[in-house]
Design a protein around this ligand. Sequence first.
Ligand SMILES: [Zn+2]
Length: 310
Amino acid sequence: MKIIKVLILLFISNYAFSQTKKVCFTIDDLPVVNYGNNGQDFHLKLTEKLLTGLNQKGIKAIGFVNEGKMYDKDGEIIPFQKECLEMWLKVGMDLGNHTLRHHDFNNTDFNLYTSQIISGEKQTKMLLNKYRKDLKFFRHPFLHVGATKERADSLAIFLENNKYTVAPVTIDNEDYIFASAYAKTLNKGDLDLAKKIGEEYIKYMEAKVLFYEKQSDAMFGRQIAQTLLIHASQLNADYIIKLAEMFEKNGYEFVGLETALSDKAYETPITKFGRYGISWIDRWALSQGKKGDFFKGDPETPNFVVDLSK
Ligand SMILES: [Zn+2]
């Protein structure tokens, strides 16, 4: 009897331990990454499918908006684009700012860049207020935070003065290459190949998760709360449940961005800057002088996917 009790206790404690990993889903380039399909039906259905999947898995995600996509050439709001955004809030998701038209801080004048942050917050702010929420988070397009300390500091001060919290990314990946390949393959009507891309995508994302777990362990000696970046694409709408199940299989629970950022790891100073758009774990590692070997083993996107994406 005693042995059985010990075994049960061991099982419970192992189970509890394996459940402590946390991940926050952050989804960029809202309302939708459409790969040239401007149809209303396409946008609404994609959004509906993505949100239904997130809800089904109990994920409180945050979507980062490029409001420039919501205006027509005369500067008028396109109603279905606004409807897509509102769908996120209706089901209890959060929204953040991703600049008006996905400006690249590496190649944009400071004053222009910051003006595009402000003009990119109007619709999102109004919608959030309607749902009694505040606009809090900012995500840098291309994860370009400033190539030098001076540029990065200036932007950080601007964001702080405008009450923004930066939304870092730890699980960085090339979901957008898979998504482009997937969209092009679907357009050609090749459903078998599209399915193959989708299956490869989940395998690749699992390899990425395991890679960043290894990085987390090497940096902090534990599993930090991870922040995943993916995009509002058809691929993710179609595979969001499989993606969530992959995380569950690896012992993750889903948390909101505020909970993830309350992990002390996110207080790690960043003192090295460059033109790169990389995981925050790599920024922290570079800042602590980590070299060569530390960054080895980052999974690559399969060649056939890269070729299909072009
Ligand atoms: Zn983006």
